[in-house]
Design a protein around this ligand. Structure first.
Ligand code: NAP
Length: 238
């Protein structure tokens, strides 16, 4: 129960990695607020509270930031993200911009919203979910890689400025994680081919990402800031 009494805000908490992160914080006593893009008709107990925000809409990022300015959260996890895969010369300007808006501008504005109260409390933890494609890249990933490399730069500058205020800010770069989306996009044969290139020889689980996020966000982390940690079964190092 490392997070009893702590207020945690997780974007993209409705599915995949963000959902696992929100559930892990909740199971350790945190009061968790999550974001999703639309109001659900069915009950979802992943979080104590939901904020509905579609980050492709600038006004909705700004109202989410306004909510955060009033909330005095202890931990911010920017997990919501989108990917648009396309040959380089075919990338539409609108698509490039919307990837930057969801994956970079939204985390930036939400970080800006939480920093003042974290400075006042002299304590805060920020974890921005990047990707291995924010450390290396491959074809058809220009929009996504641009956003995730930039997320790392933004996080690094924030850490440089505010670590001494007690705000430890890091990126976490997952490799191939076993989410519904991964299974749908790749299919079993695609997954088999992929895992053969991963030293650990399997996909990562969302709960494994969540465990590292929780450690980075906990009191146990007293000296890790400004890093971009890969959780990729060794993929980017071989
Ligand atoms: P996912 O299953 O597709 O879930 C995406 C989450 O982001 C959902 O909660 C979704 O909300 C929210 N979201 C989608 N579009 C949004 C928008 N326009 N505005 C605000 N929120 C939006 O994603 P995931 O695979 O768990 O990935 C989560 C993060 O990890 C992303 O930043 C991704 O880049 C990163 N990542 C994933 C992998 C992987 O293998 N899965 C690997 C490396 C990095 P709704 O449910 O309302 O749509």
């Amino acid at each position: 129960m490392r997070f009893t009494g702590k207020k945690v805000f997780v974007t993209g908490a409705s599915r995949g990695i963000g959902k696992a992160i929100a559930l892990a914080f909740k199971s350790e006593g945190a009061l968790v607020t999550g974001t999703r893009t639309s109001a659900h008709t069915t009950q979802d107990n992943t979080c104590h509270e939901w904020v509905v925000a579609d980050f492709t809409q600038l006004a909705q990022i700004k109202s989410c930031a306004e909510y955060l300015k009033q909330s005095e959260v202890d931990v911010l996890v920017n997990c919501a993200g989108i990917n648009k895969i396309s040959p380089f010369v075919d990338i539409k300007t609108d698509d490039f911009q919307s990837v930057q808006q969801v994956n970079l501008l939204a985390p930036f504005l939400l970080c800006q919203a939480v920093v003042p109260s974290m400075v006042r409390k002299r304590w805060g933890r920020i974890v921005n979910i990047s990707s291995i494609w924010g450390k290396i890249s491959k074809k058809h990933r220009a929009s996504y890689s641009a956003s995730k490399f930039a997320l790392d730069g933004m996080t690094l500058s924030l850490a440089a400025e505010h670590s001494a205020d007690g705000i430890l800010a890091n990126c976490l770069a997952p490799g191939f994680i076993d989410t519904e989306l991964t299974r749908r996009v790749l299919g079993q044969s695609g997954i088999d081919e992929l895992v053969s290139q991963v030293p650990i020889q399997r996909l990562g689980q969302p709960e494994e990402v969540a465990r590292l996020v929780l450690w980075l966000a906990s009191e146990e982390n007293s000296y890790v800031s400004g890093q971009n940690l890969a959780l990729d079964g060794g993929f980017t190092r071989v």
